[in-house]
Design a protein around this ligand. Structure first.
Ligand code: FMN
Length: 344
């Protein structure tokens, strides 16, 4: 099957609600502590922040999804317009179709539709063995991207009918590419999460961010199995988004994704230690409308915890319960740090 055909299948299957994990992100185990006396004006709350050298309206972005087909072009154009309208970063899907075939380039050429926002290119880590650095550099330049996200997807590749499962030497390839490129590099998962050991290792390279893309949102094991994948039993495999954020943010600047479905999830991700939140699946439909909804919710959370800007939201006290608290204890994470802290 051609890569393009696979990309369209991914979108069609992923769109269905059945493509989502039954397992949760862990955000349901987290509560903000309500502040009955915020001494703030809701309309003066500052959600703006900086990301990849650009000012954006809130710490939320549209996560990597697609490219390479007529359908992908339509989606990327709609996402680019929404990103510009709401002033949030846009991450594009894997550049593999473009690297294999110049004719696929037009679906990634959306810079003119979103001139003001950070635009992020994307490539699979295991595919770094196939392409030389110059070729990747050219593709980033051609599409006028501000950064490159390299995705780790061992779960997906191991279920995918055409999956590439030789991950030997991938870390070295990531380190070399991050050294060579002029643009910042992000390393992301694709929904199965990044733990502290991997984050620590990646923090020793020149990469700038880890995007945890944890368990609780889109399940790539489910999507690939529905495409005729190799094996069942891994539908709920992965590391939860909330736990991954807590761990990764100790070692490197962190983007939170995987099951972020509203502005309250995004706020929890920031309070747990992420600098940015990101979602993919929700933005397949009505992206601008959903971004507005995320923004309004995020603003209200900040009002209700007494945080006037994003720096203050990062200090908001949190109550952490249940399975997430248990996992944090097992991993020697100082659970008691989150509840007594105060916004300064
Ligand atoms: C239709 C679709 C296509 C995707 N394609 C890519 C991709 O090409 N590269 C990538 O790094 N991640 C890709 N992802 C994974 C997302 O970027 C994200 O890591 C994952 O879906 C978890 O986020 P979510 O729960 O908000 O969807 C894709 C996700 C969706 C829904």
């Amino acid at each position: 099957m051609t890569i393009s055909k696979r990309k369209d299948q991914h979108i069609k299957i992923a769109k269905n609600k059945n493509s989502q994990y039954n397992s949760t992100t862990g955000f349901e185990e987290i509560e903000f502590i309500h502040c009955a006396l915020p001494e703030l004006d809701l309309e003066k709350i500052e959600l703006q922040t900086n990301f990849l050298g650009k000012k954006i309206s809130m710490p939320m972005m549209i996560g990597s999804m697609t490219g390479g087909t007529a359908l992908a072009k339509k989606i990327n154009q709609a996402l680019a317009k929404a990103a510009e309208e709401e002033l949030v970063p846009l991450a594009l899907g894997s550049y593999r179709p473009l690297l294999e075939n110049e004719n696929a380039a037009s679906s990634f050429m959306v810079r003119k539709l979103c001139p003001s926002v950070p635009l992020i290119a994307n490539i699979g880590a295991v595919q770094l063995k196939e392409y030389n650095i110059e070729k990747i550099e050219q593709a980033i330049k051609k599409t006028e991207a501000d950064a490159l996200a390299i995705h780790l997807n061992p779960l997906q590749e191991s279920i995918q009918p055409e999956g590439q499962t030789n991950f030997e030497g991938v870390y070295q390839k990531i380190a070399e590419l991050a050294d060579a490129l002029d643009v910042p590099v992000i390393v992301k998962e694709t929904g199965a999460g990044i733990n502290s050991e991997v984050a620590k290792k990646l923090a020793n390279t020149a990469i700038k961010y880890v995007d945890v893309s944890g368990k609780g949102g889109t399940s790539w094991s489910k999507v690939e199995y529905k495409r005729g994948g190799k094996i069942t039993g891994f539908e709920e495999w992965g590391y939860s988004t909330a736990l991954a954020i807590v761990e990764c943010s100790k070692f490197i600047k962190t983007i939170a994704s995987g099951g972020i479905r509203n502005g309250i999830d995004a706020a929890k991700a920031i309070a747990l230690g992420a600098d940015m939140a990101s979602a993919s699946w929700p933005f397949l439909e009505k992206p601008a409308q959903k971004l507005k909804f995320f923004k309004e919710q995020l603003k209200r959370v900040m009002f209700l915890v007494g945080a006037k800007n994003i720096d203050q939201l990062k200090q908001a006290p949190l109550l952490i319960y249940g399975k997430l608290a248990h996992a944090m204890r097992l991993k020697n994470i100082a659970l008691a740090y989150y509840a007594p802290r105060t916004i300064k």
